[in-house]
Design a protein around this ligand. Structure first.
Ligand SMILES: Nc1ncnc2c1ncn2[C@@H]1O[C@H](COP(=O)(O)OP(=O)(O)OP(=O)(O)O)[C@@H](O)[C@H]1O
Length: 272
């Protein structure tokens, strides 16, 4: 495997508040990286850096050994916890919109053969994520799980290499979450994606990831809690490969595969 994304001595600071410090990371192509840590540790900030939505205060981020452009390129797709789909468009319209923006940035509208092609591609992607029957439904007519499937289709239609997931399943019921775990595992394999997923659910992190990173403050100044940022305090490689998909049994089991020696308990909410 080769390095796809590298963080070199990356810091994120807001005014005098240090959120992330000394982040040194190499993420290999094809990895599924789960990121966990207490609330406020900077997990979403790390994703925003990878997305190019935010630049580091210090340090460098490289994509294929080239400094990351300060913009969200088509090589990176993102899905957030709260549904980020357009309410006034059908599922098909939502997914087509991504292609229309990419191919016709000024008008966001395609005509003729290009439109037919985009429609076919969008329909195929909706089928991939299990929304064939709901293609003409509006988001308000869909369940939370269906809306997240739609958000995933929207992110994947531009064929990103890196898929960034910010607590994508956090708002879903456990049964639906398990379905989504199966879906994301299949898409990760079929689309040869590199995934970086932030989650509050440690079991989910270990179940899905090939690697689990824990962000946390490693030193504290009780008089000035903003003075030190979080860094990667645990970086745990896991035995999971692309060929191995989650079986139905795995999906219905409680999420539980945290190794005893991982030394991780995420129950503190004092980083803010
Ligand atoms: N634009 C900003 N300006 C100032 N502070 C910010 C900004 N964005 C984030 N922060 C602060 O940075 C810290 C890290 O935020 P971030 O959302 O990355 O944490 P997180 O680990 O994802 O938290 P959670 O698990 O609660 O979602 C928080 O204290 C937050 O208040």
């Amino acid at each position: 495997m080769t390095a796809l994304l590298s963080f070199k001595d990356v810091w994120v600071e807001y005014g005098d508040k240090i959120v992330l410090e000394r982040i040194n990371l190499t993420i290999e192509e094809g990895a599924f990286v789960s990121v966990i840590g207490p609330s406020g540790a900077g997990k979403s900030s790390l994703l925003r850096l990878a997305l190019g939505q935010e630049a580091p205060t210090r340090g460098t981020i490289l994509l294929d050994d080239i400094p990351l452009a300060p913009e969200c390129g088509p090589d990176r797709g993102v899905v957030f916890q709260h549904y980020s789909v357009f309410p006034h468009l059908t599922a098909l319209g939502n997914v087509m919109f991504g292609l229309e923006c990419a191919q016709s940035p000024l008008l966001a509208k395609l005509t003729g053969a290009a439109r037919r092609q985009a429609r076919e591609e969008a329909a195929a992607m909706l089928e991939e994520v299990g929304l064939k029957e709901a293609m003409h439904s509006y988001p308000a007519q869909m369940s939370g799980g269906m809306q997240q499937r739609l958000a995933i289709a929207q992110a994947l239609i531009k064929r990103p290499r890196i898929l960034l997931l910010d607590e994508p399943f956090g708002a879903l019921d456990p049964g639906i979450r398990n379905d989504m775990h199966q879906l994301i595992t299949r898409l990760w394999t079929d689309y040869k994606l590199t995934v970086i997923m932030v989650t509050h659910d440690i079991g989910e992190a270990f179940k899905l990831g090939t690697r689990v990173l824990t962000l946390d403050k490693w030193r504290h100044d009780p008089h000035a809690p903003h003075r030190y940022g979080a860094k990667v305090v645990y970086d745990i490689p896991l035995e999971r490969n692309k060929q191995e998909s989650l079986s139905q049994d795995d999906a219905t089991q409680p999420l539980s595969i945290v190794p005893d020696d991982a030394g991780i308990t995420i129950d503190r909410f004092d980083n803010n």
